[in-house]
Design a protein around this ligand. Structure first.
Ligand SMILES: NC(=O)C1=CN([C@@H]2O[C@H](COP(=O)(O)OP(=O)(O)OC[C@H]3O[C@@H](n4cnc5c(N)ncnc54)[C@H](O)[C@@H]3O)[C@@H](O)[C@H]2O)C=CC1
Ligand SMILES: O=C(O)C(=O)[C@H](O)COP(=O)(O)O
Length: 376
């Protein structure tokens, strides 16, 4: 069996070698010729799986995408050909949640305006949105959720409309899939009009898909509204973000919000389990065996009384400023965006770090934030 896999998918050899012969490829440049004799195709978000890509293949038994998003997959077409498909829902949700939380702490530090006391609106309350909410609520931040689809489906949490969220929130974090049709479509959800409705000093973060914000409108908006601060992990027209937009953005990253080691491993592992199920193969490998040990270091936090201390702890795990600096230097280079993604040093999730308390202050809430708590 020939397994064609994106070269940026970790642990493919460890997990899939028993199932067949693995060939790795550049997912962005994948061609129909390369795919023609594959039995299994394992992709990431940069590969458009559509009739053109599969035109020469008549033996495909499974397509897997190690991602949460599925906008790059023509699922109707796969179904019409009876090719089973699976993505990896939730695989990197914790990574995205922690990324957005860290970005908010960085904004707070940069603008000397504490996160504590602000109201954060989350648009899209699925896996990633809920992961952000978890971090924020652990820190005692008021969270508003907007998700009309979940609301209609009977989700028992409290929801607000998007207009109300915009009106009441100091910070807005976007966590929706990209959809082009229907009552709740998200393509250009934040268009010129909606951007203009943001209240003074709003912070806007996009960690879902670039086209949820009209990036041209955002340039125009930022030219008038320096009070609004923006963090972008995703960009309209990736891998070529609009160069004029970058100077207006506080923290720029190349679509790596979900790039924790755990998140990527989980994505590959979920496909391993799905393929085994579809082809009736034995999946006896464990995900934990893939990951390096937790940090041997245990950080002792005598007290966590101010936001600066929390930011220091977060920076120990992931320093967003490094990715931002690299982005500004490299995004205009040919292949710059994809190179940064390919060479990204996968950060660990909060859970990889044990936090102990030698002081009197109660820091147990750090466990709720995701750190491995240790009582001392
Ligand atoms: N930057 C990155 O590295 C990553 C980006 N993503 C992107 O984030 C998206 C969301 O991921 P998850 O939260 O895991 O997906 P999910 O499917 O668990 O949740 C998305 C939620 O958005 C809601 N939604 C859809 N349209 C909406 C609208 N118009 N207004 C408000 N809510 C709406 C849905 O009802 C759903 O509950 C993915 O589809 C993917 O495109 C996901 C992982 C990593
Ligand atoms: O899971 C998703 O959806 C994402 O956006 C991924 O984190 C993006 O990573 P790649 O698949 O493009 O490596």
């Amino acid at each position: 069996m020939k397994i064609l896999a994106d070269e940026n998918m970790p642990y493919v050899q460890q997990l899939f070698a028993d199932f067949g012969r693995i060939e790795t490829v550049n997912g962005r440049k994948l061609t129909a010729e390369q795919v023609q004799d594959a039995d299994v195709l394992l992709v990431r978000s940069v590969t458009r799986v559509n009739p053109e890509l599969l035109a020469l293949n008549s033996k495909l038994k499974f397509v897997g995408s190690a991602t949460i998003g599925t906008d790059h997959i023509d699922q109707e077409y796969l179904a019409s050909r009876n090719v089973p498909f699976s993505n990896a829902p939730g695989c990197n949700a914790t990574a995205v949640g922690e990324f957005a939380f860290i970005a908010m702490l960085e904004l707070a530090q940069r603008f000397n305006s504490p996160l504590k006391g602000k109201v954060v609106g989350i648009v899209g309350a699925g896996n990633t949105g809920t992961a952000v909410a978890k971090c924020l609520e652990a820190y005692g931040i008021e969270v508003l959720l907007c998700d009309p689809l979940l609301q209609q489906s009977g989700d028992r949490r409290e929801f607000v409309s998007l207009d109300s969220l915009i009106e009441k929130s100091d910070v807005i974090s976007l966590h929706v899939p990209i959809t082009k049709q229907g009552e709740h479509k998200t393509w250009y959800l934040f268009d010129e009009q909606r951007l203009n409705s943001l209240k003074q000093n709003t912070w806007l973060l996009n960690c879902c898909r670039g086209e949820v914000i009209d990036n041209r409108a955002l340039i125009k908006f930022k030219q008038q509204r320096d009070d609004v601060k923006v963090v972008l992990d995703v960009w309209e027209g990736e891998p070529n973000p609009m160069a004029e937009l970058v100077p207006y953005i506080e923290f720029c990253t190349p679509h790596i919000a979900g790039y924790s080691l755990e998140g990527k491993a989980r994505g590959t592992y979920m496909l391993y389990q799905q393929l085994a199920k579809v082809l009736n193969l034995t999946a006896d490998k464990q995900m934990d065996s893939l990951l390096p040990n937790l940090w041997s270091e245990q950080l002792s936090v005598a007290e966590m009384s101010n936001e600066r201390a929390l930011l220091q702890l977060a920076r120990f795990v992931y320093d967003l400023r490094d990715d931002d600096e690299l982005f500004r230097k490299q995004f205009l280079n040919p292949q710059g965006f994809d190179q940064m993604r390919k060479n990204h040093t996968h950060r660990r999730e909060f859970s990889a770090l044990k936090v102990g308390n030698t002081g009197q202050t109660d820091v147990n809430w750090l466990s709720n934030l995701g750190f491995s708590g240790v009582e001392l």
